[in-house]
Design a protein around this ligand. Structure first.
Ligand code: PMP
Length: 384
């Protein structure tokens, strides 16, 4: 059985497990307890991890706000601006129709509270046009929220150009910029490190760390971070932005995952590209009817493929003892409907239904991908 659903969650790196196990076994305590050694030791672990995550993102440690994952980071970035937007008559937000549900549903909440949201549509190639964004920006635009790479297609959005566009606007018209980098953080490091945006959402379990932890990076550009406020009520942990006992072991594991990502980034990327080449070549030589969804630049860890006339459900059932792939995002897969990402890109509901996501990363090599193809292709042929 081969696991090729890394975009849903990556396998945890054994080195991360070792760090987490050590913390669970040897470091009881609450990092916020200042009165004894146990608490202080936990605080050292958390601050060390914060430095590791900030080094990965080329941010300052105080810009890292730990959250339970990218879902919460996205909520904090968006709903956290509610009061500021309301008080300053900035109630317009721009996003795209292919964002993750944690962005779309947080924005739906703001719409119900009187905000207006403009949803940019992707073109057939899977990207959002920069001119479309330029036209949508208004005097009362509070925030632009655009993902770095899409979780279903792996297509990379033009976030650098978006930064340039926002930079070029007069100060009073500049919206805040939030980038959901759940899919790319720890994988496409260089681009993210130089991104001049206000907030970046990161998830540990997409970069070989544990599930249930992530961060919102709130950049203090010119000493002025986006004026977000906490969306939960409680203690003053994480600069008052994220109350709740700080989970030392998860954060320690996330820190180790960030350290490894920084160390292994080139190797991981080269390896993923080689695996992608094997996959693309195998598909092109297979003599089957297929199309790759989205033609723009893609991260070399994820691909979305339509096998014409083959329902994704039938394909996954036929291959369920051999491989794990998916259709759509795990966060929406309880109720299977044709993917809203693919239909927004112009695919018909039938084409979207015939599409699957294959995603890989650290631990998958060319031989394993070839073995997967050797299993997949006869199944596709038998169903076509
Ligand atoms: N945004 C994107 C683009 C994602 O792919 C995911 C994970 N499916 C999330 C946000 C949510 O991340 P988490 O699982 O850490 O809440």
């Amino acid at each position: 059985m081969i696991y090729l659903d890394y975009a849903a969650s990556t396998p945890i790196d054994p080195r991360v497990v070792a760090v987490i196990t050590d913390i669970y076994e040897n470091h009881p305590g609450n990092p916020s307890s200042r009165t004894h050694k146990y608490g202080v030791d936990c605080r050292v672990i958390v601050e060390n991890a914060r430095s590791q995550v900030s080094a990965l993102m080329q941010a300052y440690p105080y810009e890292v706000i730990f959250t339970s994952g990218a879902t919460e980071a996205n909520n904090l970035a968006i709903r956290g601006l509610f009061d500021f937007g309301s008080k300053n008559d900035k109630r317009h937000i721009i996003t795209s129709s292919i964002e993750h549900k944690s962005v779309l549903n947080a924005l739906g909440y703001l719409e119900r509270a009187g905000f207006e949201v403009s949803y940019l549509q992707p073109s057939e190639n899977g990207t959002i046009g920069i001119e479309q964004l330029e036209r949508a920006i208004r005097e009362d635009t509070l925030l632009v929220s655009i993902m770095h790479a899409n979780n279903e297609t792996g297509i990379i959005q033009p976030v650098e150009e978006i930064c340039d566009l926002i930079d070029s606007l007069p100060d009073q018209k500049k919206p805040y910029l939030h980038v959901d980098a759940a899919q790319t953080a720890g994988k496409i490091c260089k681009e993210l490190q130089k991104l001049r945006c206000d907030m970046i959402s990161v998830s540990s379990h997409k970069m070989y760390g544990p599930q249930g932890i992530g961060a919102l990076i709130v950049k203090q550009n010119d000493f002025q971070g986006a004026p977000i406020e906490a969306i939960l009520f409680g203690g003053d942990q994480e600069q008052g932005l994220r109350p709740g006992t700080i989970p030392t072991a998860l954060i320690g594991g996330f820190g180790e995952a960030a350290r490894l990502a920084l160390e292994l980034q080139e190797r991981d990327l080269e390896c993923a590209k080689a695996v992608e080449r094997t996959l693309l070549q195998g598909l092109s030589e297979a003599g089957i009817n297929y199309a790759i969804n989205g033609s723009a630049e893609r991260m070399p860890f994820t691909i979305n493929v339509m096998f014409t006339g083959v329902s994704s459900e039938a394909l996954m059932i036929a291959g369920r003892n051999e491989f794990a792939i998916s259709n759509g995002s795990a966060c929406t897969s309880n109720s299977y409907k044709p993917s809203y990402v693919l239909t927004a890109m112009g695919l018909t509901p039938e084409e979207a239904t015939d599409s699957v996501r294959i995603s890989w990363g650290r631990g998958i090599d060319e031989t394993q991908m070839q073995n997967f193809l050797n299993t997949l292709i006869p199944i596709v042929k038998s169903l076509q």
